[in-house]
Design a protein around this ligand. Structure first.
Ligand code: PLP
Length: 456
């Protein structure tokens, strides 16, 4: 429920509480906020703000914790990173080096995953509206599995596979009609959501798939939503999946693979993070006895806590009498959209050690974009920060940079990767001229200019 519950004023976790559960971050008297071994002021001095920072060490540590949790059940799973959470090539490469595969939802993500060195045999293609060219590209690449979301899509895929003279390994994505108990915009497993095949049609469609040319049904897939921190919705959904496996086998059909989806939640504010050990136990408990291959598709859990967005306070703006002041940042909703889109709460920590221990005050934290929705937090309790103070927005590694836009003609922010004691720019700040480099003005619009120039 984390994303749905508006923060209650005055009860925000302190800087110390935020740091205590984020092992890659520490506050040093001289250097201020340090990520792994790199003072974040060093990065802000060199590149300015807003700037995204990803911690390679955090990505690796989290991948290892997840893999270890599943290995401990005796039934290892194959881990497919959900590329939509963060599609930067360097992020994908760090995870690939740990053994991660990928879950992609577009032809573009497929190309990114391949470019980053993730082999097609470790890539799964999900999504409710794959186009024929996307299917063709996936089949030509030799993709491990295509998760099909409808009978209609299955027919299209059969057509494409036949034309290519290839066979598509298919899992049917089932909509289990289970409420993941998360924010409405990130719930995907309800009957009212667009995702997946209705539960009661799954077995018939699986049988039909086995008769279609170019289609090789290998299993079932499920993904019930995102930012899930309780195990009960998973358990319910997986139990329904197990019933389907038995029903499919009772029809004499072959099934060898189960894709359990992503969705494991993290601690943005003071939620208890979804534990990989608990997820492993749920999957093992409900599905482990069926003798199938198992896969998961985590995005947020792996990448979210590995990323920060550095920003600077442009000014403090006084509000109405008796109301908290506005801290206007140089980052905005075009950079980090989650607060506007999902009412998401992100921790905020000053980069300077002195600011971090300043007396707490109540503030509204906003960006400069011309939208009331451009707000990072209402009534936030933060240490007093003056104009020019730098800060880090926490847990921005998933659904952060990937959702950025150039709204208000704001260039895309720079991106940095930190690894131990080194750091590198992994994407330059977008130049202003790039904003219109692909624009063109049709010649005939000039013919409609008024002789006066249409002046005021
Ligand atoms: C978005 C998505 C994921 C990843 O979700 P997280 O909440 O980031 O773990 C996994 N599988 C599918 C099909 C998705 O659409």
């Amino acid at each position: 429920m984390a994303e749905a519950s508006p923060p209650c004023p005055g009860q925000d976790p302190s800087v110390a509480a935020l740091l205590a559960v984020r092992p890659a971050l520490s506050m040093h008297a001289m250097d201020g906020l340090v990520l792994e071994e790199v003072p974040l002021n060093t990065i802000a001095d060199a590149l300015g703000t807003p700037t995204w920072v990803m911690s390679a060490g955090t990505l690796r540590a989290r991948y290892q914790r997840l893999a270890t949790a599943f290995r401990a059940t005796g039934r290892p799973v194959s881990i497919h990173f959900a590329v939509k959470a963060n599609d930067h090539l360097a992020v994908l490469r760090v995870l690939a080096a740990q053994g991660a595969g990928a879950d992609v939802v577009s032809g573009g993500e497929l190309q990114r995953a391949l470019m980053a060195g993730i082999p097609a045999a470790r890539i799964v293609f999900s999504g409710v509206g794959k186009t024929m060219p996307e299917m063709q590209a996936a089949l030509r690449a030799g993709i491990a599995q295509i998760n099909v979301e409808s009978a209609e899509e299955l027919e299209l895929l059969s057509t494409v596979a036949q034309a290519e003279g290839l066979e598509a390994p298919v899992a049917l994505r089932i909509n289990p009609d289970v409420d993941a108990g998360t924010h409405a915009k990130i719930t995907t497993g309800l009957a009212t959501n667009k995702f997946g095949i209705p539960y009661n049609r799954a077995v018939d469609l699986y049988a039909h798939a086995a008769t279609l040319p170019g289609i090789r049904p290998v299993g079932l897939a499920m993904h019930i939503g995102s930012q899930i921190v309780r195990m009960q919705p998973y358990r319910t959904a997986y139990a329904r999946l197990a019933d389907l496996v038995r029903a499919i086998r009772a029809r004499g059909l072959h099934i060898e693979a189960l894709d359990c989806g992503g969705g494991l939640g993290i601690s943005y504010r003071d939620e208890t993070e979804g534990a990989p050990e608990a997820l492993a136990a749920a999957i093992h408990g409900e599905l482990g006895g069926l003798g199938t291959r198992l896969a998961i598709e985590p995005g947020r859990w792996l990448a979210g806590p590995a990323g920060l967005l550095l920003s600077t306070v442009i000014l403090r703006k006084r509000g109405y009498e008796g109301m908290p002041p506005f801290l206007v940042l140089d980052a905005a909703m075009n950079d980090l959209m989650r607060p506007s889109l999902y009412d998401a709460w992100h921790g905020i920590i000053p980069l300077s050690a002195r600011d971090a221990v300043a007396p707490a005050e109540q503030v509204h934290v906003v960006g400069p974009v011309c939208e009331s929705g451009d707000t990072f937090g209402h009534d936030r309790t933060l240490p007093h920060m003056d104009a020019g103070a730098r800060l880090a927005l926490l847990d921005c590694g998933a659904y952060g940079m990937v959702m950025s836009s150039t709204y208000n003609a704001r260039p895309l922010a720079a991106q940095v990767m930190v690894d131990g004691g080194h750091w590198a720019v992994i994407r330059e700040r977008q130049a202003i001229t790039e904003l219109w480099a692909a624009d063109s003005i049709p010649p005939w619009v000039d013919e409609t200019l008024l002789p006066s120039g249409g002046g005021l």
